[in-house]
Design a protein around this ligand. Structure first.
Ligand code: GTP
Ligand code: MG
Length: 444
C-alpha cells in the first residue's frame, strides 16, 4: 500500500494506545501530536490535521467508553471514526449502461485510467468501448488502442482528424449498442480557456452521465483546488486519484478532494490495467491504521454479529456444504479474528492460534482471491470442482491473472475443504459442536 509514512506514523500512535497501561490526558495529548505529525508529513492540510487531532483530544477526554468497551478500544475507535470522516462517505460508479467522459491536465493518467475503467466494467458483464477524443497529443490514438487491447475492448478514433467533437460524435454512433462508452480527452498544462472550451464541446456532443477527473496523487493537497476548478468549469461528477502507489502525498490528495463536490471514486495504484481500486474510506482507514489490530480491538463491540455468522458457517461445515463463497467468507472472518478463531483452534490440523503474520497473509490472499472470484460465474463459485481447462483460462483472462494463480486458489479451496472434512469426521469434536449448536448456545 502507498502512503508508507502516514501508515507507519498512525500505526505507531495506535500501538502506543494498545501498549499503554491506562488511558489518560497525557497519553491522548501525546498520540494526538504523533497523528498530527504523520498527517502533515503526508501533505494533509495543516488546518485539517489540527482540527482532526483537536477532535480526537476532545472526544478522547470527554467521552466515556460504552459499556463492554475499554478506554483503549474506545480511543482507537474515535481515531478510526474521525479519519473516516475526513475522507468522506465514499462514492461508487454504478454498474449500469452509461457514457463516461475523462478529463484532466497533461499526464495525470486519463488514458491509462480509460483502460482500467473499461476492464472494470467489461469484467462485470457490461459491454464497454473506448473513444479516442484526444487529438492534441501525437500518438494519443495509438496509446489508447494499446490500452483498449489490454482491456479487451474495441476503440474508435481517427489519427488524421483534428476535430475531437467529430470523432466523439462518430464514436457514439458506432458504439450505440454498447453498454458503457468511455471517452478519452486531451490535457493541457493548466485549466486554460482552450481546454475548457474543448471539453465543453465534447460534453455537448456526448452528453455523458459521468465526467471523471483524473488527478496525480503527487500534487498532494493541490488536488482539492484542481478538482474544484474542473467541477466549476465542466461539472465533474467524480475524481480518480492516480499514482497512489508512488506518492507520499496521497493522503493530502485524498482528504482535499473528499471535501469537493467531485469526490473520489477510485484510486489508481500502478501502471497495469488491474491497478484500480474502489475507494472505500472505511476500509482504507482500517488498512491505514492496521486492520488486523483494529478489528481485534473493536471485536468486542461487534461480537454479537460475528457470532451469528460463525454459527451459520459452523452449521454449513458440519453439513459438508462448503463452496468457494463459504471459503471466502470464512477467510474474511479470520482477518477479523472473530469467534471463528475458536473453531480453527478446534481443528485437529489447524493452528492453535492465528499469528499476526498469518492474518496479514490471509488478508493478502483474500484480496487476490476476491479479484479472481470476481471473474467467476455463480455456477463456478458453487461448483469449484468444475473449474478446469477452458474455465481456468477464461477466469485468468478476466481477472488479469495467470492460470497458475487460479489453480492455486482451487488448491487452497481443496485443502481447506479436506481439513474441514477431517474436522467434521472427528466424532468427538463433531458431537461437542453439534450439542452446542442444538442448545442454541454456541459458546466459543
Ligand atoms: N505508477 C503509476 N503510474 C501511472 C498510474 N496511472 C498512470 N500512470 C502513468 O502515468 C503516465 C501518464 O499517464 P497517461 O494515462 O498517459 O496520462 P494522460 O492524462 O492521458 O496524459 P496526456 O494524454 O498527455 O494528457 C504514464 O506513464 C502512465 O503509465 C498509476 O496509477 N500509477
Ligand atoms: Mg492521454
Amino acid at each position: 500500500m502507498a502512503l508508507e509514512s502516514l501508515k507507519d506514523g498512525l500505526r505507531n500512535a495506535v500501538e502506543k494506545v494498545t501498549k499503554a497501561s491506562h488511558v489518560d490526558k497525557e497519553l491522548i495529548k501525546d498520540i494526538s501530536k504523533d497523528i498530527q505529525r504523520a498527517m502533515i508529513e503526508a501533505d494533509i492540510e495543516v488546518q485539517l490535521a489540527l482540527e482532526l487531532t483537536e477532535k480526537i483530544k476532545e472526544r478522547g477526554i470527554e467521552e466515556k467508553p460504552p459499556s463492554g468497551m475499554s478506554a483503549r478500544e474506545h480511543l482507537i475507535r474515535i481515531i478510526h471514526e474521525e479519519f473516516v470522516k475526513i475522507l468522506g462517505d465514499g462514492v461508487e460508479l454504478e454498474l449500469k449502461p452509461q457514457t463516461i467522459m475523462m478529463v484532466g491536465l497533461y499526464g495525470q493518467g486519463k488514458t491509462t485510467t480509460c483502460g482500467k475503467l473499461a476492464a472494470y466494467f467489461q469484467k462485470r458483464g457490461l459491454n464497454t468501448a473506448l473513444i479516442a477524443g484526444d487529438t492534441h497529443r501525437p500518438a494519443a490514438y495509438d496509446q489508447l488502442s494499446q490500452v483498449a487491447e489490454d482491456a479487451g475492448v474495441p476503440v474508435y478514433g481517427d489519427p488524421d482528424e483534428e476535430k475531437a467533437p467529430r470523432i466523439v460524435r462518430e464514436g457514439m454512433e458506432k458504439f450505440e449498442d454498447y453498454d458503457v462508452v468511455i471517452i478519452d480527452t486531451a490535457g493541457r498544462h493548466s485549466l486554460e480557456e482552450e481546454l475548457i472550451r474543448e471539453i465543453q464541446l465534447i460534453k455537448n456532443v456526448a452528453d455523458p452521465d459521468e465526467v471523471i477527473l483524473t488527478v496525480d496523487a503527487s500534487i498532494g493537497q493541490q488536488a482539492g483546488p484542481q478538482a474544484k476548478a474542473f467541477h466549476d468549469a465542466v461539472n465533474v461528477t467524480k475524481t480518480i486519484i492516480t499514482k497512489m502507489d508512488g506518492s507520499a502525498k496521497g493522503g493530502g490528495a485524498l482528504s482535499a478532494v473528499a471535501e469537493t463536490d467531485a469526490p473520489v471514486a477510485f484510486i489508481g495504484n500502478g501502471e497495469r490495467i488491474r491497478d484500480l481500486e474502489e475507494f472505500d474510506p472505511k476500509g482504507f482507514t482500517s488498512r491505514l491504521l492496521g486492520m488486523g489490530d483494529i478489528e481485534k480491538l473493536l471485536e468486542k463491540a461487534e461480537e454479537a454479529i460475528d457470532e451469528d455468522k460463525a454459527e451459520e458457517t459452523a452449521k454449513k461445515m458440519l453439513a459438508g456444504d462448503f463452496d468457494l463463497k463459504d471459503m471466502y467468507e470464512q477467510m474474511e472472518m479470520l482477518t477479523g479474528v472473530g469467534p471463528l478463531q475458536k473453531i480453527v483452534d478446534m481443528l485437529p490440523m489447524g493452528p492453535s492460534s492465528i499469528s499476526e503474520e498469518e492474518i496479514m497473509n490471509t488478508q493478502e490472499k483474500l484480496d487476490e482471491f476476491r479479484i479472481i472470484m470476481d471473474s467467476m460465474t455463480e455456477y463456478e463459485m458453487e461448483n469449484p470442482n468444475k473449474i478446469k481447462g477452458d474455465r481456468i483460462k477464461r477466469i485468468a483472462m478476466g481477472s488479469g491473472r495467470r492460470p497458475k494463480d487460479i489453480r492455486k486458489l482451487i488448491s487452497h479451496y481443496k485443502k481447506t475443504k479436506k481439513a474441514i472434512q477431517g474436522f467434521s469426521g472427528n466424532r468427538k469434536m463433531r458431537k461437542q459442536l453439534k450439542k452446542q449448536l442444538e442448545s442454541g448456545n454456541l459458546n466459543f
